[in-house]
Write a protein that binds this ligand. Structure first.
Ligand code: CA
Length: 469
């Protein structure tokens, strides 16, 4: 059978399987790369990567905060389907085996390992560590170097850090700055070999704490405000490090057949780190565009167009089926019947045919988001219905109003009703309820996210930018 499929070209010869490198930034603003309009932050490496690959304008993540976003991208399923709706909350009264991605869920690494890949994750995990079966080495990753939690000091000390190499605490720090250290570790996993690699480089840059190297800070000395200066320096450092990786791939003759995806796990944290999501309104934690739409770059010289812009909406949930297709592994079913009930296996779509043909129909008719107690949203075409628990519901036309300023909810009741029906239908399809809730503090925090006065245009190169006005 395999021979027949090989002959028909349905699965590629092993030598054709691309390496897959997924680079994830953390809390990075939609407007904080040169190629996404930043006038203050230079990112020449990522700009070049986008120019030689595909720059996406309407790429989304499935959640507006770190942990559920990662639970979704790792499983290719809406994390609400397995109760993972909020950031992890160890204070919540629940069983340890329920606090994380349930062990029966398959991850992107499980699938790619089965397809013959060497698998590694470097950096932030943040999808559960309360039972051993939830740790990266038990979730399909051959190699793990990083932290279980959502953030880490950027200057770790040998005697005081929360880093692990596989299951062992790290006792030697080879590079004093975390972004450099993660890059060094990731490059170690990208050696040429018979088996292709899948590396999930999960930087925590530019998540808090705001800490940068002196030489990187010096480059942005013209920026007023220490926090913005630090943010820019952290971004710059990540860009330099991605340049190191590209140079390594080129030197080892792997760049041509490595599928690289770069994006952020959620929108920029405007208040905490002075990220900038302009022209998008809102920030991390909100269902405004600034919370869920992120920079998204694909680069694969052998398999994808160069110099393209992709404008259809899609989701980070699409990466799992996209990688499976690139690996030549069998496609996963969308749904299967378990007893009398249908169960959704994957919410994503293989993006490759869409990325290769700009004229193909959009990969999705609708996209959905929800966080219980915080709100929900649906995007269909250019229309978006936003349901927030603290402010009135809103309808926006993103084609005319990318900054979500003109609420059409009262003016277009039929469109509103249609989107409500679809959103409710999706919510009814979710197989589980939240396994935990977030701490009450976040309710008050959430309310403020929708009332801040965000910058909707990019600050000029030397303009003072303190996040909100
Ligand atoms: Ca994040």
């Amino acid at each position: 059978m395999r021979l027949l499929l090989l002959v028909l070209g349905i699965i590629p010869l092993k030598a054709d399987q691309p390496n897959i490198l997924m680079i994830l930034a953390d809390d990075m603003g939609y407007g904080d790369l040169g190629c996404y309009g930043s006038l203050q932050i230079e990112t020449p490496v990522l700009d070049k990567l986008a120019a030689a690959g595909i720059r996406c304008t309407d790429g989304y993540v499935c959640a507006n905060v770190c942990a559920p976003s990662r639970a979704g991208l790792l499983t290719g399923r809406h994390p609400q389907r397995f109760g993972f709706e909020h950031n992890l909350n160890k204070a919540f009264p629940t069983l340890p085996e329920r606090l994380g991605i349930p062990v029966e869920q398959k991850t992107i690494a499980d699938h790619l390992k089965k397809a013959g890949y060497r698998t590694s994750i470097i950096g932030k995990w943040h999808v559960g560590d309360s039972v051993p079966g939830m740790l990266p080495n038990a979730r399909g990753f051959d190699y793990f170097f990083g932290m279980h939690a959502g953030s880490h000091h950027y200057f770790p000390k040998a005697e005081n850090n929360k880093l692990f190499r596989n299951e062992d605490p790290v006792t030697e720090i080879e590079h004093p700055y975390l972004t450099d250290l993660f890059t060094h570790e990731a490059i170690g996993q990208m050696t040429p070999a018979e088996q292709p690699f899948f590396c999930f480089l999960s930087y925590n840059t530019p998540h808090t704490p705001m800490q940068a190297k002196e030489e990187d800070l010096a480059k942005f000395a013209h920026l007023k405000g220490k926090r913005r200066q630090t943010y820019a320096a952290m971004q710059w450092c990540m860009d330099v490090n991605i340049g190191r990786i590209l140079a390594h791939l080129e030197k080892t003759d792997q760049l041509e057949n490595t599928l690289i995806v770069f994006y952020s796990d959620n929108g920029g944290s405007v208040t905490a780190s002075h990220a900038c999501n302009a022209p998008l309104n809102g920030m991390k934690g909100s269902f405004l565009e600034g919370g869920i739409r992120v920079p998204f770059i694909f680069h694969w010289p052998k398999g994808l167009p160069s110099g393209a812009t992709f404008e259809h909406p899609f989701s980070s949930l699409d990466l799992l089926p996209t990688f499976i297709a690139a690996a030549g592994a069998p496609e996963l079913p969308h749904r299967i019947k378990v007893g009398k009930k249908w169960q959704t296996i994957t919410d994503g779509k293989n993006l490759l045919p869409h990325l290769r043909n700009q004229n193909a129909k959009p990969p999705h008719e609708v996209l959905f988001w929800r966080m219980t107690m915080r709100g929900a949203a649906i995007r269909e075409g250019d229309w978006k219905l936003l349901v927030n628990v603290h402010t009135p519901p809103a309808l926006y036309n993103l084609a005319d109003d990318i900054s979500e300023q003109n609420n059409l909810y009262q003016k277009m009741p039929e469109k509103v009703a249609n989107l409500w029906l679809k959103l409710n239908h999706w919510q009814e399809s979710l197989e589980d309820t939240p396994h935990w809730q977030e701490a009450p503090y976040w309710q008050g925090y959430n309310r403020k996210l929708y009332t801040h006065d965000y910058w909707l245009t990019q600050p000029a190169r030397d303009e003072e930018y303190l996040g909100i006005r």
